[in-house]
Design a protein. Structure first.
Lengths: 290, 414
């Protein structure tokens, strides 16, 4: 049994880690909810975002948080181009093709990264890398607290975009009734590409907030993508609130699982949740409302 | 290699090629009017390099491959295998992807393609699989980094290891720690071991757990973690609650970075961080990126002899190529050079001859703190780890005394 004094710090840490997971899952749930694309390239694109943040820092001295002004827009453009130029064209509207195209993209991106960036694990050393914020006796790393707040803000902005803007209405209309939306003049190809771009821009935000407390190498995305899929299933596919709450739950479950079952076995809890949700609530916690 | 006399094979095929080459040379002289000396090119010696250049240990695998390729380039530049008419060494490359079964499958492909010797496979699990597969055809196999003792205790006549196994490493880690602690007045009484979950971490942790109480250090907890582990706060909190005098990590680089960073964030101050087979004090990248966090950390790990001109020249050559000089590079380099030396002395690519030459090896051109190789059941008994410590941003050897470049600083904090 772990010391009871470390349970609260562990839960608080789990929440901040969960915020990071939620950031990665937000883009995935947007892409699935609208396009019904299960994006297997999500991890590889996160890795690209992390490299962008890394090189901006190392080559130009740009702080990862300042890179929020550069990387998410660039990732948006990349996502838009990928959907419009490759995924949309190559899939011919068939879901199984989309799966294979995104899987192929992930393999290409990872291998190109291995070739160009080599397999070195790289980190950035910022003035705040080792700073902590003390809450209820727990030392929470400053970059993780910022990431947690970033997840809340990103989820709120996405919700506002979807509920209060014409683009959001167009996205929701296409998600619910594609032909009907097209009949009222919505340019489906453009809106699909905007949705994919937004999903990838979320990864850009995640990359800027993740790198100060993590590292990047060509395989780094793999460690997050499975967690992100679990969060999307738990929260309900296409639900931003679900992705946020799901991320936080997974973060806390991982932390407590590690504490009580041991660090090696602790991740079992995450996948146990995945199976239980699929059996008892296949639409996820917020799926019905999504 | 340099002291071996040059011999030339006289097979009919070679004579025919020589005849053709001489004819071509004569033709060349006739056409150009310049003298030309052409000889038959000896058949290349094929050495298979199987490393995890993709997957979760891709960095280490790529470093191994880089070191092995540097060795091949150096040997070829020096005239190749002289006892075989200057035969060039040809690398056959394969990626095990960090998976033992794929590593074994690559061995099968290579043996079918006529490989003469194999250097593999960075991790213990992969090395066990590749050497066992190579044993089916008696293909000479040198393990470059894999540290599991069972690699060389299965009685495989084709399997050799130039570097030390974790039995020897753990023994020396404990013995040197005892000396360091006693010299400082025995302030350290407790330790916590944090290790990764594969064969290397688990095996090392088991050995240390058994041996540390023998030197008066109680192991208060052993924490195993997965690869990858994305967050080390829980582990840091557990360390904090038990307040050990020593923290002993045994994990791969990615996890080590996060662990070291988290220990600092959680303001954990132990008397020492003493890594075994991995850690800041044997990794120039970590020292360069986190000089303050790395300061005074100690490792017991593979390292080159800092007083060897040969080792320093190799480090310079590797760094000129833009490589970070990690232990994977010089161990893989030496594994290839050790195999090449055996082929040179065997004067043949026959597996039995190469294996016999490796078994009787007394090679000393390695730049390691070992002395000449002394092979017993495939293991180089001369191989040993050293203790290193980060001091003022540089990695210094602190034990054994004959290779030391600096005095030990311990405890790091009281």
């Amino acid at each position: 049994m772990p010391d009871s004094a470390i349970i609260i710090p562990s839960v608080l840490n789990g929440l901040t880690t969960g915020g990071l997971y939620a950031l990665v899952a937000l883009g995935l749930t947007l892409i699935y909810g609208v396009l019904h694309i299960i994006n297997f390239a999500h991890g590889a694109l996160l890795m690209l975002g992390l490299y962008a943040v890394y090189f901006l820092n190392v080559q130009f001295g740009i702080d990862p948080y300042v890179a929020l002004l550069i990387v998410p827009p660039a990732m948006f453009a990349l996502g838009y181009a990928l959907q419009r130029g490759i995924i949309g064209r190559a899939s011919h509207g068939r879901d199984e093709n989309i799966l294979l195209v995104t899987l192929g993209l992930s393999i290409i991106i990872e291998n190109l990264s291995l070739f160009f960036f080599r397999s070195d694990t790289r980190t950035v050393d910022t003035p705040y890398s080792f700073d902590v914020i003390e809450i209820f006796g727990a030392f929470l790393p400053y970059p993780k607290v910022v990431a947690f707040i970033g997840a809340l803000v990103t989820a709120a902005l996405l919700w506002l975009l979807m509920s209060r803007t014409d683009l959001g209405r167009a996205i929701r209309a296409l998600a619910k009734e594609r032909k009907g939306a097209q009949l009222v003049g919505i340019n489906a190809d453009h809106v699909f590409a905007m949705s994919f771009g937004l999903g990838i821009a979320c990864l850009g935000v995640a990359a800027c907030l993740l790198l100060p407390s993590y590292y990047v190498n060509p395989q780094v995305g793999g460690g997050f993508v499975l967690i992100a899929f679990t969060i999307v299933v738990l929260g309900g596919m296409g639900s931003f609130v679900g992705a946020l709450i799901g991320g936080l739950i997974i973060g806390v479950v991982e932390a407590l699982g590690g504490l009580f079952l041991g660090e090696s076995l602790g991740q079992i809890g995450i996948f146990l949740i995945f199976i239980l949700v699929l059996i008892f609530r296949p639409t996820g916690l917020f799926g019905a409302k999504a | 290699m340099a002291d071996t006399k040059s011999t030339k094979t006289n097979s009919p095929g070679v004579r025919r090629r020589e005849f053709l080459a001489t004819g071509a040379a004569a033709l060349g002289v006739g056409i150009t009017g310049f003298p030309a000396v052409l000889r038959a090119q000896a058949a290349p010696v094929k050495i298979g390099l199987i490393h995890p250049v993709s997957g979760f240990i891709a960095f280490s695998g790529s470093q191994c491959r880089a070191g092995a390729e540097m060795a091949i380039a150096d040997i070829n530049a020096a005239g190749g295998i002289k006892s075989m008419g200057g035969a060039m060494i040809e690398a056959m490359l394969a990626d095990s992807q960090g998976k033992p079964d794929i590593g074994a499958a690559e061995v099968t492909k290579m043996t079918e393609a006529g490989v003469h010797g194999i250097v593999a496979g960075y991790s213990s699990a992969i090395s066990l699989a590749t050497s066992q597969e190579a044993a089916k055809t008696n293909t000479p196999h040198v393990v470059d980094v894999g540290v599991s003792d069972s690699i060389v205790t299965r009685g495989l006549a084709n399997t050799f290891r130039f570097s030390p196994g974790y039995g020897k490493v753990a023994e020396m880690a404990v013995s040197n720690l005892d000396t360091i602690n006693k010299t400082a007045g025995s302030p350290a009484k407790t330790a916590m071991i944090v290790h990764e979950e594969s064969l290397f971490g688990t095996g090392t942790a088991e050995l240390l757990s058994k041996q540390l109480p023998g030197i008066g250090i109680e192991v208060v907890d052993v924490i195993k973690h997965a690869n990858p582990t994305r967050d080390f706060t829980n582990i840091a909190l557990q360390i904090k609650s038990k307040q050990p005098d020593l923290i002993i990590p045994a994990n791969y680089y990615n996890e080590y970075v996060l662990l070291a960073r988290t220990l600092r964030q959680q303001k954990i101050e132990a008397m020492g961080i003493y890594s075994v087979l991995g850690g800041a004090a044997s990794n120039l990248q970590f020292v360069n990126e986190f000089p303050e966090a790395a300061e005074l950390i100690m490792d017991c790990n593979h390292w080159y002899d800092p007083k060897s001109d040969l080792a320093l020249a190799r480090r310079k050559a590797a760094e000129a190529k833009g490589l970070i000089y990690t232990y994977e590079i010089f161990l893989a380099y030496n594994a290839v050079a050790f195999l090449a030396d055996a082929i040179e002395r065997a004067g043949s690519t026959e597996p039995d001859a190469i294996n016999a030459a490796m078994a009787s090896s007394t090679w000393d051109q390695h730049g390691m703190p070992y002395g000449p190789t002394k092979i017993v059941n495939g293991q180089n008994e001369s191989a040993q780890p050293v203790n290193t410590q980060v001091q003022k941003g540089a990695i210094e050897v602190i034990y054994p005394a004959e290779f030391a470049s600096a005095e030990t600083v311990f405890p790091m904090k009281m």
